[in-house]
Design a protein around this ligand. Structure first.
Ligand code: COA
Length: 327
């Protein structure tokens, strides 16, 4: 059976770190509150001059090196981001130029924190239909540029980074994506949005004065939907594939909040030893969180040949989804 196999991973995270203690000096918060309520200790912040496209290109080059392919072999570049360099051209097209993928088509996907999962699901379909052979799927965010650094409800949560994978057609064997699941509920979109700068509220002095160019989030109301939707997405795939949560070798959930991650693992009966967590170091990097975690887990030797890895995310839209992969 033709499958979409993940044959290379890479990530790029800015060197500059912002600790909880540094945040104590910016807003009325404490290291203890942030750690206990979220599990986050530090986050990485892009330096001036770094953009989503430059971070994405760095991650993409590493993934291509890992996969042993040249940029010319890439057929499609999918970039999941809510922090594109600009409205257009797409960040994917900017990345195409930076890495020299002259034979590729390229497009962005705006799916919030579920973007990388939607990207993998899209790549899977393009490969299954024999349209493409090699696809770069990238999740990248520079959330620090859309964060209101006076709002303690949000500014402690987010960070910057990029992760990329090369997905290649595998015509023999059972390695690759086994199943994908994606779902949305636009009726809850108002819980997490960036209202300014689009056709509804074009940028003006007023939108800037009202801080409409920053993330607006009702975090408390997102907490339960985040848990329920990630459990639903994981359970759906397991059932469809005739598997149980005991078959999962590694669960890589979106890294938003350790309490959400632990609740999802508990409901699925997956022990925390099988759950990859790095949000203490990076915070919530939205579409980049899963590909960064996947790359780290592979480099640490936590994913062996034959392992079943479940990735699951939840985010703005609202959107959620999961991907099950045999490595
Ligand atoms: N430091 C100190 N106090 C803070 C704070 C901060 N950084 N942020 C909020 N608080 C305060 C609130 O003002 C509130 O005070 P009050 O009780 O006097 O009104 C109190 O802490 C509790 O706020 P609440 O929002 O109920 O906290 P919470 O336990 O729900 O945790 C989140 C807040 C945002 C960490 C949590 O709800 C969360 O992670 N939600 C999901 C968000 C998410 O995943 N978003 C992205 C989707 S991909």
């Amino acid at each position: 059976m033709r499958r979409a196999q993940i044959v290379g991973t890479g990530s790029a995270v800015p060197g500059k770190v912002l600790t909880n203690f540094q945040l104590e000096k910016i807003v009325d918060t404490s290291d203890e509150w942030i750690r206990v309520r979220t599990g986050i200790r530090r986050r990485h912040i892009a330096e001036e001059g770094t953009t989503s496209a430059t971070l994405a290109a760095d991650a993409a080059r590493k993934a291509m090196d890992d996969a042993g392919i040249t940029p010319q072999e890439v057929d499609l570049i999918l970039v999941a981001t809510v922090t594109p360099d600009m409205a257009f051209p797409s960040t994917a097209c900017l990345v195409q130029e930076m890495i020299g993928a002259i034979n590729a088509s390229a497009m962005d996907m705006s799916v919030g924190c579920s973007g990388f999962i939607y990207g993998l699901a899209t790549a899977d379909s393009f490969i299954f239909s024999s349209k493409y052979e090699n696809i770069l799927v990238i999740g990248v965010e520079i959330l620090s540029r859309i964060t209101d650094w006076t709002d303690r409800n949000t500014c402690v949560l987010f960070g910057d980074g990029a992760g990329a994978v090369v997905v290649r057609a595998n015509n023999n064997g059972n390695k690759g994506i086994i199943s994908t699941y994606t779902k949305s509920d636009g009726s809850l979109g108002k819980l997490l949005m960036l209202p300014g700068g689009g056709s509804k509220h074009p940028t003006s002095y007023q939108t800037v004065a009202q801080k409409m160019h920053y993330i607006k989030m009702q975090g408390h109301d997102l907490f339960k939907p985040a848990i329920l939707s990630m459990v639903e997405a994981t359970s759906y795939i397991l059932e469809k594939s005739g598997l149980t949560s005991r078959d999962i070798d590694l669960l890589i959930p979106h890294q938003a909040n350790i309490r959400i991650v632990e609740a999802v693992a508990k409901k699925l009966r997956v022990p925390m030893e099988k759950v990859y967590v790095n949000l203490d170091e990076y915070g919530n990097t939205s579409a980049a969180s899963i590909p960064i975690a996947l790359d780290e887990a592979r480099r640490k030797g936590l994913i062996k040949t034959g392992d079943l890895v479940m990735m699951v995310a939840f985010g703005a839209g609202l959107t959620w989804g999961s991907v099950l992969v045999r490595f």
